[in-house]
Write a protein that binds this ligand. Sequence first.
Ligand SMILES: [Fe+2]
Ligand SMILES: [Fe+2]
Length: 195
Amino acid sequence: MPITKASALANGATHSSTIGNARTLRAPPARRREDALAVLVADHARIAQLFERFDGLESSGPRKASIVLRLCDEIDVHSRIEEEIFYPSVRAALARDDVVDAAAVEHETARAMTGQLRLLRPGDLHYDAKVRVLGEYVRHHVEVEEDAIFPHALAMDADLVALGRALKARRRQLHLAGGGRRRFALIACPGSAGA
Ligand SMILES: [Fe+2]
Ligand SMILES: [Fe+2]
């Protein structure tokens, strides 16, 4: 699964997007490193990287299961912090909030898919296919967020840095509550703990 916009943004590219009448919004890279969008884009890139790692594995086994469990944790926690903190904040900046509604429904579907995967093991029927379908689904969802929601967050009158701190704090809390760190220790993926 190619890392496209998410990784470019996470690596310091200027976020730009066009809304309505060719209006282009840009966030200074220095600010973005700390703000809510940077936190979420870094999550997107990390999740995309995990899907790539899964695609690169030849054999079934513990390593594959470890990556999938981590993917499930990352996706579920990321969805939660968006729903609890980010979406309510950005909803007011959108003229139509059906985009956020649709994104929240996509989270529900993704959660159902991660819930299924948590019960399966490599080698089970359709295991690999389920992971890849989840990857395609998440990639679509991320494109919608970055193209149709994030630009509005840049335009709203809110402290995105404070929002970013709140997202990171809640993410850390959820990872600890889920006991994810023991499973995460099985594979190394840079930047997960405090990104
Ligand atoms: Fe999302
Ligand atoms: Fe997201």
